[in-house]
Structures are given as C-alpha cells and as structure tokens.
Design a protein around this ligand. Structure first.
Ligand SMILES: [Zn+2]
Length: 140
C-alpha cells in the first residue's frame, strides 16, 4: 500500500475543498451518490460509461452510511476504473490491497488530525470519538 500517496491525496482534497465530509467531496468530484436498498451489502463503487457512482445501503445508520461513503469515495479516487468488491461485514476485513487502501483512505479522511484534543487520545479513543468501530484500528 502506498500510504504516503493516500495521505497526500487526502491532504490535497481537504485543502482544496475545505471539508472532510465524504458526501460533499463526492459532489465536488462529480461522483454520484445513490442511497438504495442493497440487502446485506453496505455499498459499492462502479463506473458506468465514465460516470462514477457510489451506492450506499439505505438500511444503515447515518454513521455507517458516512463510513461506507468514505470507503467508496476512496475507490473512486484511488481505483477509478476498477471493479471493486462490494463492501459488507465479510469484506470489511478483506486482505485485498484495494480494500485496505479504501479503508485507510476512509479512516484517515474521517479522523481529523486537527480536531480539538485529538493529540491526547489513544488509538481506540480516536476511533470512538469519530464513531468508528474497533476493527479499523489497523488503519489509524
Ligand atoms: Zn471496497
């Protein structure tokens, strides 16, 4: 995984658009976000005739939707032309390089290093602060 590249990409996005909100970033980057009933799937990214689309399951909490949006936004930026796997409870712990990259992107987009008092928090406290589950600790 090229982590410095992903770090640099996030930094540039935040600087350019002044937000860490994955929905706002998707809008700025012309990536369509579709909220729909996807059953057991959290979400997926696809590219249809060069139109980039993020699909998010409507049957999830706002927090989970936001994390899914950030993960799929990572694919749209890091792997725009690839057919990426659908995100689910099973694939969230995937060892696939593109999945780990999308998770790394999502977590480091959501965890704002300039948030008040963040420097005093341990890894698991940081995750909790931003509403992220413990399984993401490997990306922080
Ligand atoms: Zn993925």
């Amino acid at each position: 995984m090229d982590l410095p590249y992903i770090d640099k990409t996030i930094k540039k996005l935040v600087k350019t658009y002044q937000t860490r909100d994955p929905y706002r970033l998707a809008k700025e980057l012309n990536v369509l976000v579709l909220i729909e009933n996807l059953g057991d799937i959290y979400g997926y990214y696809n590219n249809l005739r060069r139109i980039k689309m993020i699909h998010i399951n409507s049957n999830m909490s706002d927090n989970k939707k936001r994390i899914t949006c950030a993960h799929e936004l990572g694919h749209s930026i890091l792997h725009p032309a690839e057919n990426t796997p659908m995100l689910s409870q099973v694939t969230i712990a995937s060892e696939l390089k593109i999945e780990k990259e999308a998770n790394y992107f999502a977590i480091n987009l959501i965890v704002d290093p300039s948030a008040d008092g963040i420097e005093y928090l341990q890894k698991y406290q940081k995750l909790e602060y931003f509403g992220l589950s413990d399984e993401f600790v490997r990306y922080i």
